[in-house]
Design a binder for this molecule. Structure first.
Ligand SMILES: [Zn+2]
Length: 340
């Protein structure tokens, strides 16, 4: 509500801190703590302002931090070795304050929407689709020229020469952002498959394929990814699991799902886009990425204390609804975590 927006602004609430990709680590951490502390402070206040049935708070800091400093934690003994651990200790203290404010009679859920793992290499999957003939680029001299420019700029990056060029540009008043990678054009009319977006892993097939051809292309491509999508540096297969959308999803929105979903092995991240010089790109700035397994925990409300219960994220909402005595027809099932 607009009234609430005003209230949040008055409290000095920060929607999002400094981004992790282009902020120096010390500045990033400062902003991360400020944003998180403020969010909890405002939440504690808000808990007093209203008589709550259900209170929901999202803390995004651990996500941003792990994207940025995963490698600091796993490699070497640098200044930021314990940054992630220290942040979690701080979150734990915040959680204690929030639970104290909520009171003993409140059931508290702690849920992550994903886990984390290392990201050593990005996999520009469209290069694989091109190699296998599922995706075609626009022909012609312009596209060829762009592809060569990409390879040259990748070489400059590898050799550190691009930093020099950026410094020279700064000296002449130009910004590094002025150096845009050339955009390669896809021939969509001649392509059967493509991947788009940055946080992805999903491949879309041409929606004009007839049903039989669709299933044939889908199953052939799944097999190709399972058997042939390899890291050229090591020969290792990249996919941990490959699914068709029919295996994972159902319902009347099924057509919106990617047609093939790849879960990569730890260390790899699948990305869309086409303007990259090669299939594999080692990561430098962003060294952590989402993992499909997260955590959940619950306290209060007659929980079976000390038990470990496996659940999926889609089970959380039906579980909470059930605590309110509400039935639902949504996906997922109430978790059996409470004494009868
Ligand atoms: Zn994230």
């Amino acid at each position: 509500p607009p009234k609430m927006r005003q209230w949040f602004l008055e409290q000095g609430y920060i929607v999002e801190g400094e981004g992790y990709m282009n902020t120096p680590k010390d500045k990033f951490l400062e902003s991360l703590y400020e944003t998180t502390d403020k969010r909890v402070e405002v939440s504690l206040k808000l808990m007093d302002e209203v008589e709550w049935d259900f209170f929901f708070l999202v803390l995004t800091g651990s996500d941003r931090l792990q994207h940025y400093m995963w490698r600091d934690m796993t490699e070497g003994e640098g200044e930021y070795k314990n940054a992630i651990k220290d942040f979690y200790i701080g979150l734990d203290q915040h959680l204690g304050d929030l639970m104290e404010k909520a009171g003993e009679n409140t059931t508290v859920f702690v849920v992550s929407d994903h886990g984390f793992t290392n990201q050593d290499k990005r996999v520009h999957i469209n290069h694989f689709l091109i190699k296998k003939g599922y995706m075609k680029l626009e022909g012609g001299f312009e596209n060829m020229k762009k592809m060569w420019m990409l390879r040259v700029s990748a070489f400059l990056k590898q050799t550190g020469l691009s930093n020099l060029i950026i410094k020279v540009m700064r000296g002449t008043g130009g910004k590094p952002g002025d150096v845009k990678p050339p955009q390669i054009e896809v021939d969509y009319a001649e392509s059967q498959a493509f991947t788009c977006g940055y946080y992805t892993g999903g491949i879309y097939l041409d929606n004009k394929l007839d049903p039989n051809t669709y299933l044939k292309v889908q199953s052939e491509l799944v097999e190709a990814i399972k058997k042939e999508l390899r890291d050229p540096d090591t020969g290792e297969l990249i996919a941990e699991k490959v699914y068709t959308k029919q295996e994972l999803y159902e319902g009347d929105q099924l057509s919106l799902s990617p047609d093939i979903i790849i879960i990569p092995k730890d260390g790899y991240w699948i990305t869309g886009g086409i303007s990259y010089p090669s299939l594999i790109e080692p990561t430098t700035k962003e060294t952590g990425r989402h993992h499909i397994e997260g955590i959940w925990a619950v306290k209060g409300g007659g929980t079976k204390e000390g038990e470990t219960v496996n659940a999926e994220i889609i089970d959380i909402a039906p579980t909470i609804l059930k605590l309110f005595g509400l039935e639902s027809d949504m996906d997922g099932r109430p978790i059996d975590a409470f004494k009868k």
